[in-house]
Design a protein around this ligand. Sequence first.
Ligand code: URP
Ligand code: ZN
Ligand code: ZN
Length: 470
Amino acid sequence: MTEEASCRGPVDLVVRGGTVVNAGWRGPSDVFVSDGKVIALAAPGTPVPKGSSPDEVDANGMLVMPGGVDPHCHVGFTSGEYTSLDDQLQCTTAAVFGGTTTIVDFAIPRPGQSPLGEVERRQAAAGEGLCDSALHGCVVEWDDSTADQLREMAARGVNTIKMFTTYRGESMADEYTILRTMQAMRETGGMVVIHCEADHIIGEAQRRCAVEGGVEASRMAATRPEIAETASVAEILAIAESVGAPVYFVHQSTAEAVELVAAARRRGMRAYSETVAHHLVLDEGVYAGTHPERFVCCPPLRSRQTVRALGRHLFTGEVSTVGSDHCCYDTGQKLENRHDVRDMPNGLPGVETRLATVFSTYVAGMDLPVTRFVELVSADPARTNGLYPRKGALLPGSDADIVVWDPSARWTMRSRDLHMATDYTPYEGMEVTGRPRTVVVGGRVVVHDGELVDPRPQGRALAAGPVVAF
Ligand code: URP
Ligand code: ZN
Ligand code: ZN
């Protein structure tokens, strides 16, 4: 804490009276902001320098946290015949309402399109957002141009490359392509981020379901068994280890998968586990309900026992980050092919609900330390995306992206009160504790008491630095 630093003017915003929470540290502090940056954490009540007349945000009784960094967020994502329904403005609007002030989107090329072309298209849209965004590139097939494209992406600040071991014919990459891409990323200081489900095991499970029991949405969990994830994670770890490359596993849905990654870390690999809010909060019981199609995502929701075991790894430290895997389809799209999950759009809306569902379930409900919460939803997503400490921290020099969080607000999630470009939430009717009261983006108060008070787009395409090892 630096009392005297408050005298370095000019101050244009002060967040007063709250408890600042960074990863690993919390304490009463006022946050001084100038020109979009945090300039000081000061003792409560520290006066502003003469000549400054900053706006003040009252944070008494509140937690003051770095805005959420969502490491896994699909904006207007096309897969097969379906495109999710939001654009940059809609997605980032929902994000800031939920306390997330940085999203990391995916530039996934359509068949025949170049990976770099999709990066350029999405970076050009960043300015339409209410908050900043970064990108994961994507490689589906290695060819003569891939190495140059990866170098050009790195030059444009895209240092993480998404790959898939499933979705055959769409975005699945073969092992040779994965190995080559990992080698190339090792050279640029970047990292492959990978969706692991063994496609052959899933194909066989789907074929078996089709002949006995069915492949409608209510059968989602049976069509993509846990073993498909375990098998694929083990193989990808072996490839990464063989070439000495770091690797980040997206949306891990089982403790077994997380534990494979943790064991790799213990033998010296740089390997990271991401899990996502819906795998931590919901279970496969919803597939037996009246709207199973609303919960169709890959990997699918798992048994209650698996969810409990996965959630335990928020406490053990084995999970590195918590994302949303936001994918904004509506019920019309979800219903169309509900009789066959192989033809359905996969994915759940969640960029706005990530912080509240995880805070409520694990911090309010199970005493997860709030410093660990910040680490999971903000600091470590910033680290794994080469954005820390500009993002994911409230430190002098960090961007002034701040969420003033009411830890005891109780509310009911209703899709009509949310801002995502869809007509449902997987959490309809869920009673939760904790919500953002004020959200500051780049030093400007953007959301206050559930109202958008500054709708001016100010998003920037963030250039990722090298991934910070931890
Ligand atoms: O079901 C999901 N997760 N849909 C989004 C695409 C992906 O696999 O991340
Ligand atoms: Zn995925
Ligand atoms: Zn995803």
